[in-house]
Design a protein around this ligand. Sequence first.
Ligand SMILES: N[C@@H](Cc1c[nH]c[nH+]1)C(=O)O
Length: 381
Amino acid sequence: MKNKNLPSGTRDEFGTEAEVKETIQNKLFQGFRRRGFRKLTTPVLEYSDVFQPLNAENYRPYQLLDEQGEPLVLRPDLTLPVARVMSTTGIELPVKWYYGGDVFRVKKQLSGSYNQLTQAGIEIVGYKGLKADWECLEVALAGCRDMAIENVTIELSHAKFVDVLIDQLDLPEPTKAGLKQALFAKDLSKYNQLAQPLAETPFSSFINEWPWLFGNFDEVMKVVDTLPPIEELKGIVNHLKSTAAFIQQLFPKVNVTLDLSIPSPQSYYTGMAFRGFTDKSSGYLFSGGRYDDLLTNFQNVKTSAVGVAFDVDALVERTSFPDDTPTTLIFFEDDQWQEAEAALSKFANATLCLTDDFEDAKRLAASTNSQLIDLTKAGEK
Ligand SMILES: N[C@@H](Cc1c[nH]c[nH+]1)C(=O)O
């Protein structure tokens, strides 16, 4: 019998923590709406085919069957359902959506991470230019600022950088694939061995640094600038540089870093990707990126899109909770309900005392650190 257990990686939320979470979600939603985003709600259950573009290793979904035997999943991601909606409804572009809800990802037992996460995010569909990426960054960083989260680091990356560069190298295809794998896995002995033939080429100083190509934005760019001119990289590097300048101008306190040695945070990203962190914990506060090809999985027409989602639980973790403020407890007789209601609306933090006995009311007031208002005058009898 497991009627007293929770499935692994899930939790109950109650009291202050649950209330803080609700407040944060509402604040985010209000902010999204103020910037002209419209709400989109999708079901928790979807056909498993919707999530086929996800990297199945990182996003193992909970699986179920519908009554026809079709495989369903609890959604492991909220961007793919938006792509499904866009391709099936004929909604006119461009459009700006916001959403909130839980995603479910089966993590390794004892990994210490939760399998149910709450996200709140935006998706901007139908804009090709950098302005849409920057709108996502503005929403993400302004959200952190409004929540008084300090010491935010934003890590930029680009889904195409590694492939474009590897493509330029004069190596056989299988070596290129192995080099990429060794780079991502930080398997240095394998990496050095495969990169050996590049020692005397103009790429050599870059190749030596590549596995460590993360950290301070300007420092990483200095290494990128040692590369010979590559036409396909120009656009990528310019986007990254102008985006870092944009962030520094609008959010001078944010620390901008760049990582050009990791796989794309999502397999469906096609352009710039960004994640926000604080030094307090390793999990990210928000994660987003451009995904211009994703909608072609659902339809024939290519559509530009970019979005970002907050990890609401991570925001809650970094919020200082208000102290439990003392409340007012209103003790009354059954026939004094209207009087009790009037008293309730007079005090900011009041609640009705539902005990029948005045002594019980006194005990409750003491244990909850509340002042007791006695409408029955029982205390004076
Ligand atoms: N769905 C992505 C975040 C995102 C939203 N839009 C674009 N990317 C994630 O969970 O990592």
